[in-house]
Design a binder for this molecule. Structure first.
Ligand SMILES: Nc1nc2c(ncn2[C@@H]2O[C@H](COP(=O)(O)OP(=O)(O)OP(=O)(O)O)[C@@H](O)[C@H]2O)c(=O)[nH]1
Ligand SMILES: [Mg+2]
Ligand SMILES: [Zn+2]
Length: 351
């Protein structure tokens, strides 16, 4: 028997299940998404499940189950099942799909915390961290910055200077898989039943950190494998594992680019601390570009607000505007299309 509470199951989810037409069937959490099937952890074991046609029909990629989703399924054979429903999502980590303007891709659902992992070598980049922070804040996921590979040595003062504004907003951890003390502190920060997703570039040590936290090799890393003597494994899928003593960890493959899928820049203003100043701008609709009496520009010129943070803000804001404008445009088109179909139907009925 598997205790699903350890996987984050709770009263609220149970309530949602009761509201489903299939409330009496088995529920479970998606651990891995394969091309055509889903590995689902349920009370009586792990099942390989497929979707019913109904679940697939007319759905965008975003609406199909992703890692971390809670689903309801009908077991039909030893370890096999058919997914018939998915519980409503909350706190879904998504990003803009590569090569699209406004298409969202779901990465992990029902997430409590996100560990934004960077390694303290060339990979360290505060602008990239800000980008992740904005996305997390938008979804009400708690962002946490994890600076890994401290054992390699780095200029601590320089790093601290660059992340000062980040430190004011979110927790920051310095870690190394070779220093158990740092792993211990990170583990303490993950409560039982809590879901943590790991994001960041390839090679920063996401899978290694998951293994270190679990105190065993549950995931392949690009380290040298002791059994084969070969190295260079880069993660290719999102995978959910359980940490001893509670905590659900979701590892993700490193991404080159993380396009924002943010619909309103409120989260951005807040996390980059623009709101603090914007309240004092002369005009309510001030865009903080060249307006007279702009308190944000004033803060920049007085050196209270770091110019690089301000520039990063403008850049990210442009991106969120672009995303939400295109999304609204898309919705409008869909609506007018539905209307057209309805009219055609009505006309048909008429004849
Ligand atoms: N020195 C040092 N090396 C580390 C540390 N953490 C991970 N590594 C090494 O960094 C390399 C990459 O680690 P992975 O865990 O595979 O990185 P990843 O972030 O999962 O990479 P992708 O799966 O490609 O996204 C491996 O060779 C690890 O052994 C650390 O704290 N210190
Ligand atoms: Mg990995
Ligand atoms: Zn302003």
């Amino acid at each position: 028997m598997i205790d699903l509470n350890r996987y984050g199951w709770n009263d609220k989810l149970n309530q949602l299940k009761q509201e489903s037409t299939y409330g009496t069937l088995t529920h479970g959490r998606v651990a891995i998404v394969h091309r055509t099937c889903y590995e689902v952890v349920a009370g009586s074991g792990v099942f390989r499940c497929e979707l019913t046609g109904n679940m697939m029909y007319g759905k965008s990629d975003f609406e199909l189950p992703c890692t971390g989703d809670w689903v309801i399924f009908q077991p039909f054979d030893e370890g096999m099942g058919i997914i018939v429903d998915m519980l409503p999502r909350s706190r879904t980590l998504s990003r803009r799909k590569n090569g699209t303007v406004a298409e969202k891709q779901a990465i992990a659902a029902h997430v409590d915390k996100a560990f934004i992992v960077q390694s303290l070598d060339d990979n360290f980049n505060v602008r990239r961290a800000e980008r992740f922070m904005v996305q997390m804040r938008e979804e009400n996921i708690i962002p946490v910055l994890v600076l890994n590979k401290v054992d390699l040595g780095f200029d601590q003062q320089k790093v601290e200077e660059q992340i000062r504004h980040v430190t004011r907003q979110i927790p920051v951890f310095y870690t190394s898989i070779h220093e158990s003390r740092t792993i211990f502190r990170l583990r303490e920060f993950i409560a039982a039943g809590e879901t943590v997703v790991f994001v960041g570039s390839s090679g920063v040590g996401k899978s290694s950190l998951v293994n270190a936290l679990c105190e065993k090799s549950v995931l392949l890393t690009s380290g040298i494998s002791q059994s084969t003597g070969k190295g260079r494994h880069t993660s290719t899928r999102r995978e959910m594992v359980l940490m001893d003593g509670g905590g659900v960890l979701i590892d993700t493959p490193g991404v080159r680019e993380f396009g924002l899928a943010v619909d309103d820049s409120g989260a951005l203003d807040e996390i980059l601390e623009i709101t603090d100043y914007a309240q004092s701008c002369r005009f309510k609709d001030c865009e903080h570009i060249n307006e007279p009496g702009c308190a944000v520009l004033d803060a920049v010129s007085r050196g209270i607000l770091d110019r690089q943070v301000y520039e990063s803000y403008l850049k990210l804001r442009r991106e969120t505007w672009h995303f939400s404008a295109s999304e609204h445009e898309k919705r409008k088109k869909e609506k007018s299309f539905t209307k057209l179909v309805d009219e055609v139907k009505k006309r048909k009925d008429h004849f």
